[in-house]
Write a protein that binds this ligand. Structure first.
Ligand code: GDD
Length: 320
C-alpha cells in the first residue's frame, strides 16, 4: 500500500511518519516537502521513505506527484497552521490551505485514482462557542474568528463537497489542539517551555512573556493524534463525514503555564506581552469525541503532564 503524507517535514507530519514506519507493515511511504522546508524533524527517519519536492500551490506540480505516486491513502497535513500569522498574511493562509487542497483533489480526479484521503481540519473552525454548546459536537455551528479558521472551514467544506459531487473518499478530521516534542516554538506550550529552558540555561532574564492566559484549550498529545489520523482511514469512518478528535478535557492556558512552571526549579516572573494578544481569540475549545471513538475505537493514551514534560525535555536537549 502506498501512503502519502503532505507536510511530512512539519510537526504532525513527522510524527505520523514515525507512527507509520514503526507500526504499519507493507506500507511504502512518501512525503511531500517544499524546497525551503527545514528537515530537522525528519533527520532520524528520512532514509526510510521517499521525499518528493512539491509546492501545493502549483497545480501542475501536484498533478505530477499524484500521478507518479498514485497513492492508496493520503494524509493531507501541509498547511499554514499558526493562527496569528493569518492576520498578518490572510491571503497566504487561504491560498496554502484552500487552494493547496483543491489542487490535491483536482489532481486525484484528473489522474483517475480513488484513494482514501484524510484532511486535517481544525477545532478553530468552531470559533465563537457559547456556554450551552460545550462540549462541542460536530453539529455545532461554525463561527470562525480568524482568517486561519476561515481557511480551515474552506478545506472542511470542500472535503464535503468533493465527496458528495465526485465520490472522493474524504474523511474530515477536526483536530483540537495537539502538542508534543518538535512543536514549533510559536505555539503556546512549546513557546512557554522554550522560554523556561532559556531561563534555566541563563540565556534569558527570568521573565516569561505570555499572551491571553484566560483561553481554554483541549490538548491531545501529537503521538495520540497521529494514531487517530491513521485510524481515521482504517476504521469505520464514512467518506464525506466530519469527526472531532480531542481529549475531551480542557485547560485554561494559565493552568498550562502553572504546570510547566512546576516542572522547573527556576524562579520566573510572568509578564503579559500585548503583542501576543490577538484581534479575537477563541475563548474555549472543548471537544466531544464520541463520534470518532465509536467509529475507530481510538482513545487518547498520553497524559497531558507527560506531554508537557516531554516538550520541556525536547527544548532542554536542543538549546545549548
Ligand atoms: N502562541 C501563544 N503564545 N499562544 C498564547 C500565548 C503565547 O505567548 N499566551 C496565551 N496564548 C493562548 C492563545 O491566545 C490561544 O488562546 C492559546 O494560547 C493557544 O494558542 P496556540 O498554541 O497558538 O494555538 P491555537 O489554539 O491558536 O491553534 C492551534 O490549535 C488549532 C486547533 O484548535 C494550532 O495548532 C492550529 O493550527 C490548530 O488548528
Amino acid at each position: 500500500m502506498k501512503v502519502l503524507i503532505t507536510g511530512v517535514t512539519g510537526f504532525v507530519g513527522s510524527h505520523l511518519a514515525d507512527y507509520v514506519l514503526e507500526n504499519c507493515r507493507g506500507v511504502e511511504l512518501f512525503g511531500l516537502y517544499r524546497w525551503r522546508s527545514r528537515t530537522e524533524n525528519i533527520e532520524h527517519s528520512r532514509q526510510f521513505f521517499e521525499m518528493i519536492e512539491c509546492d501545493l500551490r502549483d497545480a501542475s506540480s501536484v498533478r505530477k506527484v499524484i500521478n507518479k505516486i498514485r497513492p492508496d491513502r493520503i494524509f493531507h497535513l501541509a498547511a499554514q497552521s499558526f493562527v496569528p500569522s493569518s492576520w498578518n498574511a490572510p491571503t497566504e493562509s487561504v491560498v496554502i490551505n484552500v487552494i493547496g487542497q483543491i489542487n490535491i483533489f483536482e489532481a486525484i480526479r484528473e489522474v483517475g485514482i480513488d484513494p482514501w484521503i484524510q484532511i486535517a481540519c481544525s477545532s478553530e473552525e468552531y470559533g465563537m462557542v457559547y456556554s450551552g454548546e460545550i462540549p462541542i459536537k460536530e453539529t455545532n455551528p461554525l463561527r470562525p474568528l480568524s482568517p486561519y479558521a476561515v481557511s480551515k472551514v474552506g478545506q472542511d467544506l470542500l472535503g464535503y463537497q468533493y465527496s458528495m459531487s465526485y465520490g472522493l473518499k474524504v474523511i474530515r478530521t477536526r483536530g483540537f489542539n495537539h502538542t508534543g516534542p518538535r512543536r514549533g516554538a510559536v505555539f503556546v506550550c512549546s513557546d512557554f517551555a522554550r522560554q523556561i529552558v532559556e531561563i534555566e540555561k541563563g540565556l534569558r532574564k527570568p521573565v516569561i512573556m505570555v499572551g491571553n492566559l484566560e483561553a481554554k484549550r483541549d490538548f491531545t498529545d501529537v503521538r495520540d493524534m497521529v494514531h487517530a489520523y491513521w485510524l481515521a482511514l482504517e476504521g469505520n469512518c464514512v467518506p464525506g463525514e466530519v469527526y472531532n478528535i480531542s481529549s475531551g478535557k480542557c485547560w485554561e492556558i494559565r493552568e498550562v503555564l502553572e504546570m510547566l512552571l512546576e516542572m522547573t526549579d527556576a524562579e520566573i516572573e510572568i509578564r503579559q506581552d500585548k503583542n501576543r494578544l490577538r484581534p479575537s481569540d477563541v475563548p474555549i475549545l472543548l471537544g466531544d469525541n464520541f463520534k470518532f471513538r465509536q467509529a475507530t475505537g481510538w482513545e487518547p493514551m498520553i497524559p497531558f503532564q507527560k506531554t508537557l514534560r516531554d516538550i520541556l525535555e525536547y527544548w532542554r536537549c536542543r538549546i545549548n
